[in-house]
Structures are given as C-alpha cells and as structure tokens.
Design a protein. Structure first.
Length: 84
C-alpha cells in the first residue's frame, strides 16, 4: 500500500480487513517491529551480495497526481475565458 500510494481501503481482500492491517502496521511501526524487519532484510541481502548497504534507502516521497492522471479531462474544473 505504501509503495503504490493506494488507500488502505483498496487493500486486496486476501490480506484481510483493511482496518486490521492498518492497525497492525501502525502498532508494528510504533513498537519498532518494522525497523527490525527492515534491518534483518538489509543484513540478509548484504550477506548475499544483493544490496549496496551504503546506497540502500526507502523513499517516502509523495507526489500528488493531477485529475487528468485519474482520467478526468484536462479542462475539468478550469474557468473558461473570453472566446471559449
């Protein structure tokens, strides 16, 4: 969900109710479980030579898509000037 920027409500049903998954994610984030998982993953990938530890990072950048990216017309919501 975090990778795609999708809403928690769009979580595939096979993972269970989105409220449960969201609550678990937040609990694990607060108690350090997520950090430990990422640290373990990093150590395993490094031991296998599959990651450059000094270059490894998680990007939390958020970019808002335009209405047109969601299928709306590019002129939707724009005021029309004279001659339009």
């Amino acid at each position: 969900m975090l990778h795609t920027g999708a809403q928690w409500r769009e979580l595939p049903e096979r993972y269970g109710q989105w409220e449960t998954v969201y609550g678990r994610f937040n609990r694990w984030r607060r108690d350090g479980t997520i950090g430990r998982l990422l640290e373990r993953l990093q150590l395993e990938l490094d031991a296998e030579g599959r990651i450059a530890v000094d270059l490894w990072c998680i990007d939390a950048t958020q970019i808002r898509a335009s209405r047109a990216a969601a299928g709306a017309s590019r002129t939707a919501g724009k005021k029309r000037g004279r001659g339009a």
